[in-house]
Design a protein around this ligand. Structure first.
Ligand code: SF4
Length: 688
């Protein structure tokens, strides 16, 4: 027994499945995962985890893992040695850059890989390829939230900690489903609501679990949240319920902002959103009466043509009511991927250097130019969406992509597939042969989080260390190692022997992270970046907002009509997460324990619509949008209402992945696809 005990290894890691950032010990024997053991020392979750964190890890031992580099020869993937694959990648990318110049090679980083890996990918883009054409999948989800916050409060992070949310008198959740998307965070809200009298308002198209529990559930018409948010703000100002002292002391442009609200009367809001005037007044009263309001939002807000303006409207409402700068108040964009916050923090963005130093900031650029020994263009590069356009137009010739299944995750998938097949040379680095990898010329086998050291940053800006739990499988390698090998073959001369070397370099160039290093982050310790550079900052803006005069700014933006469709497309199709699955499902689909629980994808149809169309649970329908079609089984449920359909977004199959229906509309400021603004018509194939 003693021998057996000895062979059991316990290693601390950070969950790879969502932005909550739970940490726990993984007990292993050789490559076998014996159990996941949370701890009171875990700063976010203590002894809680959700089903994904507890049971979602079989994928690391999946037979489908990539374990050796693959090179396409005569249309087929052939196994290759690392040297052969890396030499080919370096020489091809290098010669394409040489022949076609800057802007001919694009980089897509990942919010599933570590901070250190994101840092080196943006560094490879900027130093070796002299381009700012580097982005990550926050473009598909959270870029509008970041934009709305930068415009109003000057920083793109949660205002306080996850624990602080429990201190709010009122929580408003807009277009998010934390019970399934951020389960451990949702548990805190559920507990505060049940035990401490916290009030809860949910605005969503779908009656999700949090809506069921809420004190007030509103179902605005698709794409209209901004209007009721502005109407609530206007009504409160008109009634004198705003926080005039807070505004005078802390916020600029109040008069202009008040004027911009003129149109957003109760009547107008009712007409546009379908929410009654009495309900809007009710929301305003609840904000007035609450001792602290937190607003949490997700992709139901951001994935719309007005996603960034709606995010700004949320922040404006909080500013007008003095709901910043204290625990239990403020803006909480809910980051989806485990490291979407970190990917942005590390400068895997076309307009930002690491630590949110803007590319147009001469002093910041000069610092990086000195460190990297190259000139950095002061013009922001191309984002994901613009890179695809550039490929389509024949300007961008090659792409390096790590840990992102663009072919499934980007909207209008049929079009994305056409574009990816136009690339002269495409490198995909991943743990599985994703749908995107099927377009690659070289596939490089990477290691998942359990097989490497590094740091992740969760939704509340908390940087935490993960330790290598398992040896890498087969010939797979950590992403940072692979990137260094490519960069060095092109003369970069990097010399990182461990992710901590990378962290140190990053922190030396990014004041936001200068207060931490691997010693500070040892074990269960963590660090929250924030306004106090160098010090862990649970609460943002304690010393003022992140503008030169320390004052926040009301951002002025009118609501614009959502994407329009021909009359024949008469049904809205919404999409979102399921508790058991993670995003496009590349990892959770390969975890048997999870697959057994949710084997099939279905489309949710309201009882009224089912009646009207003569269908019931188990019927098969075909949904047709202007951009594609899917054949799906039906689940009739009152979670959806009227002509709103809902499809989980976690399918990897061509016949059920939502993005074969979504179109080209984007948020007008950030280019985040307006996934939520999709309309379809229904054909009944089998009424049952
Ligand atoms: Fe992992 Fe998120 Fe579940 Fe926590 S809540 S265990 S971070 S998936």
């Amino acid at each position: 027994a003693a021998m057996r005990e000895e062979r059991t290894k316990k290693t601390k890691t950070v969950c790879t499945f969502c932005g909550v950032g739970c940490s726990f010990e993984v007990w292993t024997k050789d490559r076998k995962i014996l159990k996941v053991q949370p701890s009171h020392d875990a700063p976010v979750n203590a002894i809680s985890t959700c089903v994904k964190g507890k049971f979602g890890w079989d994928f690391v031992n999946s037979k489908e893992r990539l374990t050796t580099p693959l090179i396409r020869k005569n249309g087929e993937f052939v196994e290759a040695s690392w040297d052969e694959a890396l030499d080919l990648v370096a020489s091809k990318l290098g010669s394409i850059k040489q022949e076609y110049g800057k802007g001919s090679v694009g980089f897509i980083s990942s919010s599933k890989i570590t901070n250190e890996e994101n840092y080196v990918i943006q560094k490879m883009a900027r130093q070796v390829f002299e381009t700012n054409d580097v982005d990550n999948c926050s473009r598909y989800c959270q870029a509008p939230a970041t934009d709305g916050l930068f415009r109003t409060v000057g920083m793109g992070g949660d205002a306080g900690t996850i624990k602080d949310i429990a201190k709010a008198g009122l929580v408003i959740i807009v277009g998010a489903n934390p019970a399934e998307g951020h389960p451990v965070l949702a548990t805190r809200v559920k507990r505060a609501h049940k035990l401490h009298g916290q009030k809860l308002i949910v605005s969503d198209l779908r009656k999700n679990e949090m809506a069921e529990r809420s004190d007030l559930f509103v179902r605005p018409k698709q794409g209209t949240d901004q209007v009721w948010l502005m109407a609530v703000t206007k009504y409160m100002i008109d009634q004198g319920w705003h926080d005039a002292d807070f505004i005078t002391e802390n916020v600029n442009f109040f008069e202009d902002y008040s004027k911009s609200l003129e149109k957003y009367t109760l009547e107008y809001a009712e007409k546009v959103t379908g929410i009654s005037q009495a309900t809007i007044i009710n929301i305003a009263e609840m904000v007035r009466d609450a001792d602290g309001t937190c607003i949490l939002w997700g992709m139901g807000v951001t994935q719309n043509t007005g996603g960034s303006d709606t995010s700004a409207a949320i922040s404006n409402l909080l500013l007008a009511t003095g709901n910043y700068r204290r625990p239990g108040a403020g803006a909480y964009p809910l980051r989806g991927h485990n490291n979407v916050q970190g990917a942005c923090d590390m400068g895997s963005l076309p307009g930002w250097l690491p630590g949110y130093q803007h590319i147009t900031d001469d002093a910041a650029r000069a610092k990086f130019e000195k460190a990297y020994g190259v000139t950095i263009d002061s013009k922001p590069g191309l984002d994901n969406i613009q890179m695809l356009k550039s490929i389509d137009e024949g300007k961008m010739k090659a792409m390096f992509l790590a840990g992102e299944d663009m072919a499934l995750v980007d909207s209008n998938a049929n079009h994305v597939h056409d574009v990816l097949s136009k690339l002269d040379f495409f490198v995909v680095q991943d743990i599985f042969l994703s749908r995107t990898a099927q377009y690659a010329d070289v596939v490089l086998p990477a290691a998942p989080s359990l097989e490497k050291d590094g740091t992740f940053t969760n939704t509340e800006r908390r940087v935490q260390r993960l330790y290598q739990v398992l040896p890498t499988l087969g010939d797979s390698k950590p992403d940072w190692w692979i990137v260094q090998e490519i960069a060095n073959r092109l003369g970069a001369g990097w010399n990182y022997s461990h992710p901590s070397d990378i962290y140190d370099e990053m922190a030396s160039l990014s004041p936001l992270f200068s207060g931490a290093n691997y010693d500070v982050l040892e074990g269960w310790n963590s660090f929250l970046w924030g306004s106090n550079e160098g010090v862990s900052t649970p609460l943002l803006y304690v010393d003022g907002f992140n503008f030169p005069d320390k004052k926040a700014r009301f951002a002025i933006a009118d609501w614009v009509l959502p994407a329009q469709f021909e009359d024949q497309y008469d049904l809205y199709i919404n999409n979102g997460r399921m508790l058991e699955h993670f995003h496009e499902g590349n990892m959770t689909n390969k975890s048997e324990g999870i697959q057994r629980k949710v084997p099939e994808i279905f489309v949710e149809v309201s009882p009224e619509l089912a009646d009207e169309r003569g269908i019931s649970t188990g019927s098969v329908i075909r949904l047709v949008s202007p951009y594609g079609a899917l054949k799906l089984p039906v689940l009739v449920t009152d979670r959806v209402s009227g002509n709103e359909l809902f499809l989980p977004m976690n399918s990897t199959k061509k016949d059920s992945a939502i993005n074969f229906l979504t179109g080209p509309a984007v948020d007008h400021r950030t280019h985040t696809p307006a996934y939520k603004q999709t309309k379809v018509r229904m054909e009944v194939i089998q009424s049952k």
